[in-house]
Design a protein around this ligand. Structure first.
Ligand code: HT7
Ligand code: ZN
Length: 874
């Protein structure tokens, strides 16, 4: 496949205006008849070039009612060119598809016996020949015909039309979507499904029918998703004035899906993982994810569907903005501070390493081979941070006005990130020219903050730099918001006047745009400490000159919860890394600093704060996170030092840990029933986090096993299972077997069983993980199962993935080659961990590169995998 460049964009030579599709579905094959009216836009182009070809058979081509002979068109592997077409015409094409053989899960495929589709980014071209690009927006009419008994439910985009019976036990349904849309938002479903229905009345009084389709047995697990959908609809009306625009909103849950969900107009298709939730089978975090993803897909109805992307380089236009919207939605429904902590944790864990590695790319990439490889943490999560920075720089009011302007200007259009920024610039009057570097420059900037006293004032200097990334050796300074506060010597918040900062509700906003900037804070009492980068107002690495004592001071006095969490992470990270550095001859030469241990004890004993927040404070930086702060990652030492830290805390604070744990459990037991309210979730989170410390005490096995045995919900059961799976406890095998037998047949829970073992740090874990590939419940074709074992292992089990003999790397490389034959998109998502070899020692570097070479040398690797492996070796 050829590389595609942003600079080569040209507008479509032909526009499709109406698309009529007929799906004639049979058990193994489908015949698709597409009737499309085209209009020439570029008089220089006499031929119509359509995308399509792989995995389908062309049956006939008909232009304005005339069957075309083979001399009138040319078919290649990826295109159909119809020669010398008129200015306006109707083209009817028949294709034959084989959905039952489609394990790639793009285009039309089968999952759980039902037909469904996935068209983003370029799946529509596997259904029919079409200008499969987002800037060709058309009005679609769809008719589906299938066996009535096997496929009683027939769905497509838009509003329902006629239905009826056909001969031979078949039936049909028609759908009409009045809103012009790109082909990637097309969807069709045919299946034997149960439905959970409800209604929503929009703010202008329109009734919308809401339906969640799933396997009959799963319907009882759809109530949380339904509530989240209604909450999303209300939130978008309240916060952005945006109302839903069709008569129905349908959601289908499928067990085989390449990503989380898909925002097809009026017919979302969801991975079951983000729809189904019951207390017995889903954790509190799962419940939160369902709410977030339901919101995300709903919010796409405006940011993505009504206004879409001109080309795939603009992917973050819809994804960054929609992630920002779903983050705000979850913050408003739950706790803003906890949500921000979760989001920043994710950004640091998934996006920062991407930005620091060989696959680094800007939020708006400027070239690609396979677009599916660009559904990344950079486009989604850093993209959301870019929107968040705009929101902060221009303020909430101007942002809302900017959104209105964006929709007024571009409703029904396919546009660019520049168009979005222009709306924000025009609504606020703030020049965003320099700001837009965030779209084009890859890499995570580092901000270095230093302080200097000048009489009663403090001069605070911020220096920014950004490391080179592939293809971008030099970087310009970024324009960014930097929020900060001051804590006075007695722990009180201070608001000293600042030369060019503006005090807002949550801190003083500094705008940074030069590589070095100095801010004067007036009359700052001696002993005051700055609280830096509050709420993480920019996606940067922060370096500062705060002493250990100052960090400890902030940890106990900063009233900004995010900043308090972040400084605690900083303190813990520095401390654990000190232990890592002290490793010599297989032993740490240092022990945990007494002040840090004491501070930890104070946090553990703090009963005034939200227990969920305490849980965040005591959750140590992960092994991956610690590795990012080392020049050369030492996986074994990091694992040992982190474990040693936990043991020392558990030793020093054994009584507090056990007492706090007991109190949380008692409070939960005293509740009449399981609840998802904030307090109950917090108590579960804290007691489950404490289990990690209790595990290291002499009563560890008893408490953890009892926790497992007494669990009445998946949050508690899975927390115990994870700790036990990673332990040497005698009860381990029995409990793993118990969990498996209890949940056999519940796919999403069996995923968790694989996951718990994939994360195990036990000495023999790698052998077990390798053997699990042959377990009868493991599947190369089901993406959720693949991710639960292989992705979790490679991405989250640093100790064993980086096994010194290279077994972890070989295992991953072999799986990538196997999965690539079945599903290239899923295979490609496994490549990144192998590509980060530069951060390891020469011995491991060599082993990792050998594994990458082995993938590249395997027969018939896909473009998806090929592109990433080649970049990883460069
Ligand atoms: N917009 C959706 C992207 C998506 C996707 C992309 C590539 C291959 C398969 C896919 N499934 C869904 C999801 C979203 O961001 O809402
Ligand atoms: Zn999205």
């Amino acid at each position: 496949k050829q590389e595609i460049f942003l600079k080569d964009y040209t507008s479509p030579a032909f526009m499709a205006e109406t698309v009529d599709l007929l799906f004639d579905l049979d058990e193994d094959t489908a015949i698709v008849t597409s009737r499309v009216t085209y209009k020439r836009m570029d008089s220089g182009q006499s031929n119509l070039v359509l995308n399509g070809g792989e995995f389908m058979k062309l049956l006939s081509v008909n232009l304005d009612g005339h069957l075309l002979g083979e001399d009138a068109y040319v078919v290649t592997e990826e295109t159909l060119t119809v020669k010398s077409v008129p200015d306006v015409f109707t083209l009817t094409i028949q294709t034959e598809l084989y959905p039952a053989d489609n394990t790639r899960l793009e285009g039309l495929y089968k999952s759980g016996g039902n037909f469904c589709t996935q068209c983003e980014a370029e799946g529509f071209r596997h259904i029919t020949y079409f200008p499969d690009r987002p800037d060709v927006m058309a009005v679609y009419t769809v008719r589906i015909e299938a066996d009535k008994a096997r496929y009683p439910i027939l769905l497509s985009n838009g509003n329902p039309g006629k239905t009826g019976d056909l001969p031979e036990g078949r039936h049909f349904a028609e759908w009409y979507d009045p809103y012009p849309k790109p082909s990637y938002l097309f969807a069709v479903v045919a299946g034997n499904l149960g439905v959970l229905s409800d209604t929503y009345k929009t703010k202008s009084g329109k009734r919308v029918d809401l339906n969640i389709y799933a396997a009959e047995a799963d319907l009882e697990k759809c109530h949380h998703a339904m509530a989240a959908l209604k909450a999303s609809m209300k939130w978008d009306e309240d916060v952005f004035g945006l109302e839903y625009d069709l008569d129905v909103y349908n959601i289908l849950a499928v067990g085989d899906f390449n990503m989380g969900a898909m925002e097809n107009k009026g017919l979302n298709v969801f991975n079951t993982k983000y729809v189904l939730a019951s207390p017995e089978t889903a954790t509190d975090a799962d419940f939160d994810h369902v709410e977030g993803v339901i919101g995300h897909e709903y919010f796409h109805n405006w940011t993505g569907n009504r206004v879409t992307c001109r080309d795939w380089f603009q992917l973050s236009l819809k994804e960054g903005l929609t992630v920002f919207r779903d983050q705000e939605f979850s913050s408003d429904l739950g706790s803003r501070a906890l949500k921000r902590i979760d989001d920043v944790r994710l950004l640091r864990a998934a996006q920062f390493p991407e930005d620091a590695g060989p696959l680094a790319h800007s939020v708006r990439p400027d070239h690609y081979v396979e677009i599916n490889n660009f559904y990344t943490a950079t486009v989604y999560n850093k993209g959301a941070e870019v929107i968040r920075m705009m929101h902060r720089l221009i303020g909430a009011q101007a942002f809302r006005k900017g959104m209105e302007l964006y929709f007024n200007r571009h409703d029904g259009q396919a546009v660019t990130c520049d168009d979005f920024a222009a709306a924000m610039q025009d609504s606020s009057g703030k020049n965003l020219d320099q700001f837009k570097l965030w779209y084009s420059q890859a890499g995570t900037p580092t901000l270095t903050v230093t302080r200097e006293r000048d009489g009663g004032d403090i001069l605070l200097t911020v220096h920014q730099s950004c490391p080179p990334t592939p293809g971008q050796p030099e970087k310009e300074p970024n324009h960014l918001p930097f929020l900060m506060g001051w804590i006075g010597p007695n722990g009180e918040p201070l608001e000293p006047a600042c030369s060019n900062g503006v005090w807002q509700e949550d801190g003083c906003l500094l705008e940074i745009s030069n590589s070095t900037e100095t801010f004067r804070f007036k009359d700052v009492p001696t002993g005051s400490v700055p609280s830096l980068l509050r709420t993480f107002t920019a996606p940067v690495h922060l370096k500062h000159d705060l002493s250990k004592e100052e960090k400890l001071f902030l940890m106990s006095h900063d009233r900004d919860p995010f900043a308090r969490w972040d400084i605690t992470q900083d303190l813990l990270r520095v401390e654990i890394l000190r232990l890592v550095d002290s490793y010599k001859d297989g032993k740490a030469q240092e022990t945990v600093d007494k002040d840090v241990l004491d501070a930890f004890g104070t946090v553990l004993a703090d009963e005034s704060a939200d227990p969920a927040f305490i849980a965040e404070l005591i959750l140590l930086p992960s092994e991956n996170d610690l590795g990012q702060y080392m020049d050369v990652i030492k996986p074994e030492e990091i694992y040992l030092a982190r474990t040693q830290f936990i043991s020392q805390v558990a030793d020093a604070h054994r009584d507090i840990v056990l007492e706090r744990y007991k109190k949380c459990r008692e409070m939960l037991e005293n509740q009449a029933q399981y609840s998802l309210d904030k307090n109950s979730k917090g108590l579960r989170r804290l007691s489950n986090t404490l289990l990690g410390f209790i595990k290291q005490t002499s009563s560890g096995e008893d408490v953890c096993c009892e926790h497992y045995n007494n669990a009445t919900n998946m949050t508690d059961q899975f927390a115990a299972l994870s700790v036990i799976a990673s332990s040497e406890f005698q009860c381990r095998n029995e409990i793993l077997a118990n969990f498996y037998h209890q949940w056999k047949g519940e796919d999403l829970v069996i995923d968790k069983w694989f996951m718990a073992q994939a994360m195990s740090r036990r000495d023999d874990a790698l052998e077990n993980i390798v053997n699990l590939i042959d377990h009868p419940d493991f599947s190369l074709t089901n993406p959720n199962r693949m991710r639960s074992l292989v992705m979790v292992f490679a991405g989250q089990n640093q100790r064993h993935f980086h096994a010194n003999d290279g077994r972890g790397y070989n295992f991953l490389a072999e799986i990538i080659v196997k999965v690539d034959k079945v599903n290239p998109q899923v295979a490609a998502r496994l490549v990144a961990p192998l590509g980060r070899w530069k951060k390891l020692d020469p011995h491991r570097q060599k082993l990792m590169k050998t594994s990458l070479d082995a993938i590249l040398n395997a027969k018939h690797i896909s473009d998806d995998v090929g592109e990433l492996v080649a970049k990883s070796l460069a």
